[in-house]
Design a protein around this ligand. Structure first.
Ligand code: PLP
Length: 228
């Protein structure tokens, strides 16, 4: 089932890309395996899915330890200070940096590990109180500060827009994130300002996100089914 789902989603990605004149390989699919067992990750890997997203550090580490070393994991959950060391060590990218304190800790740990760590800045585009993410009007400040940390590579922005009834409800928020990224790129605030990552779009709205410029889409239930 996971393989069928993956094939269907890859087809939809291609279709959305063609429709808006983007190359399909400009969009990477992150399979969100949070709360799913290792077997689900293994099954997805067997049908060619090598990139995964995880929200809960402890749960993720058990899977990462047991999974094939060729798989890549992005951290997409809320990151606490005391988990930054392990996050820096075991993930290829941290997508949810939303305060300078966390960026500084990740930078310190990356230095100790002798690696350069890719990160995204998470933006709370809808200014929702219960949600993580830097507020849009504080994002450029945070990008400026995080960009000065030697062992981090700020690759782009990530967002989880307010919940909407249908996929079109997400579009204005995706546009907002893209515009913010364009503004930041014009000020050279990213590691590579010609290739800025936009992580946006989930099971219900990834087609719209691709139309609005997503380079990373984070899809869970549409691949793995509903979570236990
Ligand atoms: C769970 C989660 C997803 C995937 O959501 P689905 O609706 O299951 O596709 C994407 N991004 C984040 C940050 C998540 O926590």
């Amino acid at each position: 089932m996971i393989c069928d789902n993956l094939a269907a989603i890859r087809q939809q990605i291609e279709q959305a890309a063609i429709q808006c004149g983007r190359p399909a390989d400009a969009i990477r699919l992150l399979a969100v395996s949070k709360r799913m067992p290792l077997e689900a990750v293994v099954e997805a890997a067997q049908c060619g899915q090598l990139l995964f997203g995880e929200n809960y550090l402890q749960d993720a580490l058990t899977k990462i330890e047991q999974a094939d070393k060729g798989l890549h994991f992005h951290f997409i959950g809320h990151l606490q200070s005391n988990k930054t060391r392990q996050a820096a060590e075991f993930f290829q990218m941290i997508e949810t940096v939303d305060r300078i304190k966390i960026a500084r800790l990740l930078d310190k740990h990356a230095a100790h590990l002798g690696k350069k760590l890719d990160i995204l800045i998470q933006v709370n585009v809808g200014r929702e109180q219960q949600k993580s993410g830097v507020l849009p009007d504080k994002a450029l400040d945070l990008l400026t500060q995080a960009g000065q940390l030697e062992n981090l590579r700020v690759r782009g922005l990530m967002t989880m827009p307010p919940y909407g009834q249908d996929s079109e409800a997400s579009r204005p928020w995706f546009v907002r994130l893209r515009q913010l990224a364009e503004q930041a790129a014009a000020q050279h605030l990213f590691f590579d300002n010609k290739q800025v990552e936009l992580s946006m779009g989930m099971s219900g709205d990834f087609m719209v996100a691709i139309e609005e410029g997503a380079t990373l889409i984070r899809v869970g239930t549409a691949i793995f089914g509903s979570r236990p």
